[in-house]
Structure formats: C-alpha cells, structure tokens
Design a protein around this ligand. Structure first.
Ligand code: IMP
Length: 421
C-alpha cells in the first residue's frame, strides 16, 4: 500500500496536473481534498488536451477519482465536466463525499460583490464563489452534497440561509434577487444527477488503505495560497498544505507515505499580493510567453519571476516534503543567465524564512545566486545526465539547498517529456 500526496510549493500552477497524471499510473484512487473549480489542471495525452477544474486528473488514466469533504463543489461545473469527458470517450469513475460543501449562486454573487467593493484593495479571486462558500462552511451556513439529494432538507436549509444572503447582497447595492424556489429546483435537480456518485468517501478510502490499495492525493493551488501559511490575506480559503489532505479526505496523517512537492523551475502568481522575485522586465515577459503563463481557469496572465527558494523551503518544512518534482525546466532554455533567490534582505537583515506580516513581505528584497544558462534541452532526454551541464548544476543546487531529493524533472508538457531520477 502507498499513500502519496502531490502538492504545489509556490503560488499554484506548478504543473501538478501532469505530475499527478504521471504518478497516477500506479494509483487505484486519485483524491482531491481542497479547493474547487478555482483550480485548473491541464493534462496532455498524445495530441489530446484535457482541462479539468473539479474532477481529479487521474480519471484520464481510468482511475477512480474521489472528491473529498474538503472540496467545495459547483455542481453545474462538475456535471459539465462529467458530460464533456463522457463525450470524449472517458466515462469518469467518480466518488463524491457526502460532506463536501456546495457552491451556491449567492456565493458567486458575493465573491464578485466583495471584490468590486474592495476595488484596488481586492484579492484578485477567481470569482468562482470559493471564499464565500468556505466562509459559510465554517460559520455553519453551508449546503453539503448530501443535502442536494433530499429536497425537504435542502428547502429547510435554504429557508434559513437565503434571507441572510439577500440582506448582504442588498447592502452591497447589487440588484440581484436570490430566488429560493429557483435554487431549490435547480439544486435538487443537480442532486438527482449526482446522487449515484455521492457517498461516504472517507469510509471507502480508509477501507481501501486497509486493503493495501494505492491512493494518490492531488493538491490544488500552492503552499503560498494556503489560508494559514500563504501570503494572507492574498490567499485562497482552504488548507493547501500536506496536513489539509488528512482533514479534507478523512484519513489519518499516519497513512501518508510520500509527500511530493511540485516546484516550477521559476515562479508565477495570478491575482494580487506580493511576489518577491517578480520580473517586470523582458525576462518576465519571456517566461510568460514561453511558459504559456495564462490561467487555465480565468485566462489571466500570470506574473513571473525567478525561482524563490525561501518560498520552497517554507513549503518543504510545513508539509514535510519527501521528494521534489521540478517542472517546466525547458522554459528557462536559451537564457544567458538564470537566478535563484536563496534569502531575503529585510530591514538590513538577511533572512531565510517567509515573514507573516504582508507589509514585511512587500519590503523583502531577494538575494540571488546566479547561474550560467543553457541552450536547449533535448526533448528526448531520458536521464539526468542527458541534460545540459548547466541545467544539471541548477538542479543540483536546488536539491542541496533544500535537502530534499529531486525525483522527477519535467522538460515539456507531454507525458514522455519526463525524466525520472
Ligand atoms: P480564490 O481561490 O478564487 O478565492 O482566489 C484567491 C487567490 O488564489 C487569487 O489570487 C487567485 O488567483 C488564487 N488562486 C486560486 N486558485 C488558483 C489556482 O489554481 N492557481 C493559481 N492561483 C489560484
């Protein structure tokens, strides 16, 4: 039995979809444990490109996908994804936790209203209703997957919640009516369509662990978007780090054998908030274009910068990362010099940790180590020694600094463009 966890070490978009797809060949179950359709995972199989937002990427490999209790689900999006995959010949095997919270129409309205109200102080959310849905979960006003399957219960819950939401929407001055009857009809209809998938996923997963099955946890977003350990308040609303998998799927931490941290060879971020190694120059533009750094979910351009090991060190520590997977190394091809940030300068002091105070983070000046660049990585490279010498030096430095071994290096979007070490 092996329980493996794959998580992002930066601000999301590290290329987790490809790595999860790669590791899922040995998995029986692939599990999402947090986030919702704010995520976007792209998987390329031969000439086919799949973009998934809620369904775990492993279903492309024919594995059973599990949407854990820690995920927030927009049922309309989920049903569309199921139908789209089915049309393309992949009938997804899927289990949905009965305890997962549901994104409701008023969550999406409020996500937009809050951002609009905050104006230039906004978070830059994906406006998918993620934050308001998690807020309702914690303040005990959530609707859960199981509630969609029982119209009477759903009706009672809506009677309690809808007037509160209407009041808040009115305060924002938004001209939107939250129509309880309309929501009840639409969401109990979603319940009918999803009923066969909704189950006690935590029991199924624990029994599978006892039977020695292989389970792969697929993280969404990245450590710096974690609600506690990220660049708060410029974060998402869930627990992105390794510990989140235990809470978000209902399995004990003792069962996790391997924690794989995905590190993009440079850094990107979407939305607002500090990015210490940001490059607002030609190199930043080069990385954005060459790396196709435009959001899978919102198409927003991603801000780009050099690799920041203060960030990745922080991620390795709080998640107890056991192996690294380096992605998009080829995007750095053809640069004369490449840089890695090892520390920050803050108020005249050299620091190696990520500060909690967001104003301090904004003041942090990266301290860089410079490396000679390389020409072009051969896409047929199959082992570490096939990589250009300079690229090997770059990777060796990362491994040495973090004291965590690199297990995989991705040198292109295709499945084959992967080097196992
Ligand atoms: P939310 O998750 O929609 O509330 O957005 C909060 C912040 O997290 C924003 O800066 C988003 O751009 C960012 N974010 C959310 N999901 C992702 C993701 O999958 N990749 C990268 N950034 C994300």
């Amino acid at each position: 039995m092996a329980v493996t966890l794959v998580i992002g070490t930066q601000w999301g978009d590290e290329g987790k979809g490809k790595v999860v797809d790669y590791f899922s060949k040995d998995a029986d179950y692939v599990v999402r444990f947090q986030g919702g359709n704010n995520a976007g995972h792209t998987i390329k199989v031969r000439d086919e490109i799949y973009k998934l937002h809620v369904i775990p990427s492993g279903v492309i490999q024919g594995k059973t996908g599990v949407i854990g209790n820690g995920v927030v689900i927009d049922p309309e999006i989920l049903i569309n994804e199921i139908n789209e995959l089915t049309k393309r010949g992949i009938k997804p095997k899927l289990l949905i936790s009965d305890r997962a919270n549901i994104i409701m129409p008023y969550h999406k309205i409020l996500d937009g209203a809050e951002e609009q109200y905050l104006d230039e102080k906004k978070i830059g959310t994906t406006k998918r209703g993620i934050g308001p849905c998690y807020s309702d979960k914690v303040s005990r006003k959530g609707i859960r997957a199981i509630d969609l399957t029982d119209k009477k219960t759903l009706s009672k819950l809506l009677d309690r919640i809808v007037p509160i939401k209407q009041k808040i929407i009115d305060i924002y001055g938004i001209d939107e009516k939250v129509d309880k009857r309309e929501i009840l009809e639409a969401y109990s209809n979603y319940g009918k369509q999803l009923k066969n998938y909704i189950t006690t996923t935590h029991i199924k997963l624990n029994k599978s662990i006892q039977k020695g099955k292989n389970i792969l946890f697929e993280g969404a977003q990245g450590t710096m978007l974690d609600v506690d350990f990220g660049t708060y308040p410029y974060t998402t609303s869930s627990h992105v780090i390794a510990g989140g998998s235990s809470i978000g799927a209902g399995i004990g931490p003792k069962y996790i054998n391997e924690i794989i941290g995905i590190v993009k060879a440079y850094t990107t971020r979407v939305g607002e908030g500090p990015l210490p190694t940001e490059l607002s120059d030609k190199i930043g533009e080069y990385l954005q274009q060459k790396g196709h750094e435009f959001g899978t979910t919102t198409s927003r351009p991603r801000r780009c910068g050099w690799l920041d090991l203060v960030v990745v060190r922080h991620a390795c520590m709080i998640s107890g990362i056991t192996k690294l997977a380096i992605t998009k190394l080829d995007v750095l091809d053809s640069l004369k010099q490449v840089r890695i940030c090892t520390h920050y300068q803050l108020n005249g002091k050299k620091i190696d940790y990520f500060p909690a105070n967001i104003e301090d983070v904004k003041q942090c000046k990266p301290i860089y180590k410079e490396f000679k660049g390389w020409d072009e990585i051969d896409k047929n490279s199959s082992k570490f020694s096939d990589l250009p010498k300079e690229a090997q030096e770059y990777l060796n430095f990362i491994e040495k600094e973090l004291q965590v071994p690199i297990a995989v290096v991705s040198i292109g979007p295709g499945r084959r463009e992967t080097i196992e070490i």
